[in-house]
Ligand binder design. Structure first.
Ligand code: SF4
Length: 406
């Protein structure tokens, strides 16, 4: 079944390192941060955005009956800034244009401090059953460096509130390899995270994305990224700490307890199709990968004239699909030889048999049910393994002038 993503492009304040598209709703009076007044999106902008979203859904699903979906993800930005009324309106559109399966996973990304009892009540009513909370760190200096607006108390408060409202599937995001990060600080954040006992934890190494203030400061020589060896050491701390505490690593950066994987992200990693709406959203539907324009203003204006806000579209040929399937599978729950044979008529096991032997001997992969899956050591060099495998496939095609059969 299809997944659906909505990009909600509002944040109270832009974080130093963030490359996601969002506009600030920062109050003029900074003392209002940490009060509910700071969390309101301008009513008229929110109304125009919601009505554009509806129009985009209508156009993109135009030729279909209600499409059946089993995962919905509200990401951003900070979707928890939407008012209860706007959340209700969004779900009214969702139910109008999609057939939402009863077993759907419905996630909303929330930032600590932006969740209120009124919002949680509405989340329950509309069927949201998974929260993803952007914690990043429990160390005040690190939060300050990242220019996050919240503190640890906000995290505990929001998490407790969500549990009180019966949310039993909560994910926490953490960031490591923050410049100057001490090992003990990372361990402290990890231990505070597991104290909350979330069902899921995502832990990402800080990326210096081009165009962000963080990247610009690095270019000026004011900030130095963490050295690669230390980054790898910190990553190992993350994996060891979380796996020792009952979290299964099921993707390079994702860990879950009791198989509470993020089903929506699994669709991406299994290279399945999904529809995406909102400024800067990326989708993959009917064999076409597309990206919407970033600017909210452009997005609204184009949709007012019933024009899709497309920035980029690309048809996925078989070769690209195969490469994506291998790359994404390797990062998550493995490369499935049977599926590759069934979908692409490709005997990958035979093509990379020498590599498989080498990776196994060096404890980078293991085999299970006709799949190769990365070990802890393998996850650390995931990208180089993927490149090696894809290069081998390219050579195979070049030698045989092979054409994929799909
Ligand atoms: S809250 Fe999230 S989306 Fe918003 S600026 Fe910060 S990192 Fe980016």
């Amino acid at each position: 079944m299809l997944g659906v993503y909505f990009h909600i492009p509002f944040c109270v304040k832009k974080c130093f390192y963030c490359d996601f598209y969002s506009i600030e709703t920062e109050p003029k009076d900074l003392s209002l941060i940490h009060t509910e007044e700071s969390y309101e999106i301008d009513e008229s902008i929110a109304n125009q955005f919601l009505s554009s979203l509806e129009n985009e859904i209508k156009i993109r699903t135009n030729d279909s009956n209600k499409i059946e979906v089993d995962s919905i993800f509200l990401g951003g930005g900070t979707p928890s800034l939407l008012s209860p009324q706007h959340i209700k309106l969004l779900f009214q559109y969702i139910n109008e244009y999609f057939q939402v399966s009863n077993s759907s996973e419905i996630t909303i990304e929330c930032n600590p401090g932006t969740i209120t009892p009124e919002k949680l009540e509405v989340y329950k009513v509309v069927g949201i059953n998974r929260l993803s909370i952007g914690v990043q760190s429990f160390i005040p200096e690190e939060l300050k460096f990242l220019q996050r607006i919240h503190n640890s108390e906000d995290v505990f408060h929001s998490f407790k509130l969500a549990r009180e409202f019966g949310f039993d599937n909560i994910s926490i995001d953490l960031i490591f390899s923050i410049p100057g990060q001490k090992r003990e600080n990372l361990i402290y954040s990890l231990s505070k995270a597991i104290e909350l006992n979330p069902e899921h934890i995502s832990a990402y190494s800080l990326i210096f994305e081009k165009g962000t203030p963080l990247y610009n400061e690095m270019k000026k020589g004011k900030i130095k990224p963490v050295d690669d060896n230390i980054d790898s050491e910190l990553y190992e701390i993350v994996i060891d700490f979380l796996t020792d505490n009952g979290y299964e690593q099921y993707e390079v950066s994702n860990f879950a307890k009791n198989q509470k994987y993020c089903n929506h992200n699994l669709k991406y990693w299994h290279n399945q199709e999904y529809l995406a709406f909102g400024p800067s959203a990326h989708g993959f539907y009917k064999n076409i990968r597309y990206k919407n324009k970033r600017s909210l203003k452009t997005y609204i204006n184009l949709l007012k004239s019933n024009t899709l806000p497309i920035d980029f579209e690309e048809f996925q040929d078989d070769k690209t699909k195969l490469t994506d399937t291998i790359f994404l599978g390797l990062r998550s729950d493995g490369i499935d030889f049977n599926k590759l044979m069934k979908n692409f008529k490709l005997d990958l096991r035979n093509i990379i048999k020498d590599e498989i032997t080498f990776y196994k001997e060096n404890d980078f992969i293991y085999e299970n049910n006709d799949k190769i899956i990365l070990t802890k050591n393998g996850y650390k060099i995931c990208d180089s393994i993927a490149v090696e495998i894809i290069t081998k496939i390219d050579q195979y095609f070049a030698n045989r002038n092979f054409k994929l059969v799909n």
